[in-house]
Design a protein around this ligand. Structure first.
Ligand SMILES: C[S@@+](CC[C@H](N)C(=O)[O-])C[C@H]1O[C@@H](n2cnc3c(N)ncnc32)[C@H](O)[C@@H]1O
Length: 242
């Protein structure tokens, strides 16, 4: 008996590993999230499917409930797949799920996925590091657990490129905080629905990106690498139009 914790990749159903597809092929049960592309379930033809993500007007399962579903299924089925968007260990609460399996002595294996934080910018041709422009990047949550006594996110990051996940709801407050540490004219861009047919890219600067119309899921990127990307994008756009 084993529970596979699998990263489904950023959205495009082809951006999943072969190892993950093999695990889906043999799964008895698949427990999946909102951000895992439902097309991937076609790899698990004979499996029982359990949806634990949020849907408009429906009850959203708490992490405690999800952990219990994993435990109950892990104890009664030979192969269980827990399918999560992106990579399970990047803002995916994968660590908590593994710890709850360990408490019940249930075997597990983690299969990494392409995280949206890197895969989404990379797929459009936006380099996160670039010689002479960016020597580092930091991935930050834009929605820190509000029940924490003291905030861990201080926004004083020194990395050249900032990648902010789950930050659209708080984009005004977050960009204001970042401007305490970075030039307000620093280029910023948002990528909505990255790697999917309805992908949208929105450009701005730290001081005005919050005023744009943005839909979720989306990531916010801040840094001068966006200027490099504009050159790459222009080439791509010019060549697509021909
Ligand atoms: C709960 S986090 C999960 C991240 C995931 N574990 C990963 O590695 O990509 C969800 C956030 O990921 C980002 N995200 C996930 N998929 C995305 C996509 N296709 N396009 C843009 N942002 C995405 C958004 O910032 C969203 O709020």
């Amino acid at each position: 008996m084993v529970v596979y914790l699998i990263g489904a990749g950023p959205g495009d159903p082809e951006l999943i590993t072969l190892k993950a597809v093999k695990a889906l092929n043999k799964a008895d049960v698949v427990i999946y999230d909102r951000l895992a592309n439902e097309e991937l379930l076609n790899h698990a033809k004979d499996a029982k499917l359990i949806y634990v993500g949020k849907k408009a007007g429906q009850h959203y399962k708490s992490q405690k409930e999800i952990n219990q579903i994993l435990i109950d299924n892990g104890k009664t089925n030979p192969i269980v797949v827990r399918l999560k968007g992106g990579d399970p260990f990047v803002f995916g609460r994968g660590g908590e799920e593994i710890l709850s399996l360990i408490e019940e002595n249930i075997s597990f294996e983690v299969i990494p996925g392409i995280t949206s934080s890197i895969g989404v910018p990379t797929s459009i041709g936006l380099p996160l590091t670039h010689r002479k422009i960016s020597t580092s990047f930091t991935v930050i949550t834009g929605h820190e657990d509000p029940t924490k006594k003291e905030k861990q996110v201080k926004w004083d990051y020194t990395a050249d490129t900032l990648i902010i996940l789950m930050g659209i709801g708080n984009i005004k407050e977050n960009t204001k905080e970042i401007m305490q540490h970075k030039d307000p004219k620093t280029p910023a861009c948002v990528i909505e629905n990255g790697t999917l047919p309805n992908e949208k890219i929105i450009f701005g600067t730290l001081e005005n990106i919050a005023d744009k119309e943005i839909n979720t899921p989306a990531i916010l990127i801040v840094g001068n690498v966006i200027e490099v990307y504009k050159t790459i994008k222009k080439f791509k756009d010019d060549n697509t139009q021909q």
